[in-house]
Design a protein around this ligand. Sequence first.
Ligand SMILES: *[C@@H]1O[C@H](CO)[C@@H](O)[C@H](O)[C@H]1NC(C)=O
Ligand SMILES: *[C@@H]1O[C@H](CO)[C@@H](O)[C@H](O)[C@H]1NC(C)=O
Ligand SMILES: *[C@@H]1O[C@H](CO)[C@@H](O)[C@H](O)[C@H]1NC(C)=O
Ligand SMILES: *[C@@H]1O[C@H](CO)[C@@H](O)[C@H](O)[C@H]1NC(C)=O
Length: 183
Amino acid sequence: MEINIKFSFSLLVVAGISMAMLSIPTAKADGVKETKISAYIHDYFSVQYTPNATDFAVVGFPGKNWNFTKFGTLLVFDDLVTEGPKPTSATVGRLQGMYATTSFDGNYLSMFYSLVFTNKAYNGSTIQIQGTIDQFASVMEFSVTSGTGKFRFTNGYCTLETLSFYEPTSYALLRINVTVKHY
Ligand SMILES: *[C@@H]1O[C@H](CO)[C@@H](O)[C@H](O)[C@H]1NC(C)=O
Ligand SMILES: *[C@@H]1O[C@H](CO)[C@@H](O)[C@H](O)[C@H]1NC(C)=O
Ligand SMILES: *[C@@H]1O[C@H](CO)[C@@H](O)[C@H](O)[C@H]1NC(C)=O
Ligand SMILES: *[C@@H]1O[C@H](CO)[C@@H](O)[C@H](O)[C@H]1NC(C)=O
């Protein structure tokens, strides 16, 4: 069984089939499955709230500028997550949570967020993510600490990488890759 699954996965890779949202559960002998998900995040950043912003500061160090590079700033976000890189591509769900700048030099963020699924496959399930990371690293790695619904007892890791940034609207396109073990 396991051999077959691995074989078909390598076939996909060999055939160069690029699935936008890769979601491959692999059954293991002890009932533990490994699922990989790759999806795209659409983030509109603004230091202070503006009508279309999906990511902005809500509070900061008293008497100082609030910003993602300023120690003590707390920001919240609610970003669309899609299967492909276009915002109009099929919806996977939302990436929702908060982060604070927690290093005095402004480089590190402590982030607490969830991938909240609304797609057919995982509708209503969530994956819970956290980590303190160098926000200027090309790839940020987080721990997946738990999950709900189809992801009960989940743990694993995920990466976030920024693919592009469009300054006029502060629009960032990011990719999230999740690898989790669950039942
Ligand atoms: C918000 O988005 C709407 C619809 O795309 C657009 O018409 C409007 O100009 C945007 N507002 C701002 C402040 O960016
Ligand atoms: C926030 O920080 C960024 C990066 O240092 C900077 O480009 C931007 O101008 C700052 N925004 C405000 C409102 O201070
Ligand atoms: C997800 O669940 C909600 C609430 O039960 C339902 O309204 C919605 O249609 C479901 N979406 C999909 C894609 O199945
Ligand atoms: C994320 O997954 C995509 C698709 O599988 C892959 O091309 C990309 O290199 C991965 N990124 C990281 C940081 O692993």
